[in-house]
Design a protein around this ligand. Structure first.
Ligand SMILES: C[S@@+](CC[C@H](N)C(=O)[O-])C[C@H]1O[C@@H](n2cnc3c(N)ncnc32)[C@H](O)[C@@H]1O
Length: 284
């Protein structure tokens, strides 16, 4: 049994923790989300032997081990909900218009190079979905001529290690059509589904904090970026900073997909809004 009954987060400690989290990641806990932070960190404070929230905050501020603790903290406080083929209407616009158009533009320039980035990829379903869509678009013969990279990144090391494993349960696969299931997954003895090697090898996974503009530099030159369902955790200033970093990573004419309920209203006027079959996508 956990002995959590005496450990509570005072408002002062909440403000300290909230500021430290925000300064590093852009993730913002408003006052009415204090209980979420408290609930998520309670077990860590106990299991890590920190004693109470105040000592935990002190450790994060001053201890030599604080970098490693922040890694653990981001594994705990992030919300990682995702699934394969999430928001199929958007993916249809990607597969049927954005991808062929981008590839056609390249062919006309005599280039066969494609860079796609799932910038908050959680446990990997999004970049693997994109890889499956790209693979099914390319005939095998043509595929050999293309230099394709699909990147997936996230701030949480925990979700990235699941993504690297590439094994999923039925629930993650609930939106996968049978033709994709048969072609790109194999069922393991333990009842889980493994992403097949041809898909896995297309995706490069790395730990990247979107709030850290310096580390976004390695993603310069992207043709298409997915930044879905992550800005909701940031305040307006953080959204602006992240979107400006993402803008710099796109090639001119490159596309940005946001979550279907997200928009750049009041965040950025640098993009053109494109309507593809009633799906709104941003273009640099
Ligand atoms: C709800 S998931 C979205 C996953 C996927 N994009 C989708 O739409 O299904 C949000 C992800 O954003 C990540 N995240 C939160 N803050 C981040 C930051 N500052 N930099 C990079 N990733 C971050 C979380 O770890 C989490 O995995």
């Amino acid at each position: 049994m956990l002995s959590t009954k005496n450990i509570q987060m005072s408002n002062d400690v909440f403000y300290t923790l909230r500021d430290m989290i925000y300064e590093r990641s852009g993730i913002y806990f408003s006052d009415h989300k204090k209980y979420i932070l408290e609930n998520r960190l309670l077990r860590r404070v106990e299991d890590g032997g920190f004693g109470d929230f105040e000592k935990y905050a002190y450790f994060l501020r001053y201890d030599h081990g604080r970098e490693r603790e922040f890694t653990t903290l981001f594994n705990i406080i992030t919300t990682n909900e995702t699934s394969f083929f999430r928001d199929s209407n958007q993916l249809h616009a990607f597969e049927s218009v954005v991808l062929p158009q981008t590839m056609q533009n390249m062919r006309e320039k005599g280039i066969r190079r494609l860079r796609i980035w799932s910038s908050a990829c959680s446990t990997g379903e999004e970049p693997y979905t994109l890889a499956m869509l790209v693979l099914s678009r390319l005939s095998q013969a043509e595929g050999r001529d293309w230099d394709i990279e699909i990147h997936g990144s996230d701030i949480s090391e925990g979700v990235l290690s699941s993504a690297r494993r590439g094994e999923y349960n039925d629930y993650s696969l609930r939106n996968v059509l049978p033709q994709y299931l048969d072609r790109y997954f194999s069922k393991n003895g333990n009842g889980r589904y493994a992403v097949r090697p041809e898909v896995k090898k297309m995706v490069r996974l790395s730990s990247v904090n979107l709030f850290d503009n310096a580390s976004l530099r390695m993603f310069r030159g992207m043709d298409i970026i997915f930044c879905r369902n992550v800005l909701i955790y940031f305040d307006e200033a953080a959204k602006k900073r992240v979107i400006s970093g993402i803008y710099d990573c796109l090639v001119p004419g490159g596309y940005l997909f946001m979550g279907h309920a997200e928009s750049l209203l009041n965040i950025s006027r640098a993009f053109k809004l494109v309507n593809i079959n009633n799906i709104l996508i941003y273009q640099k």
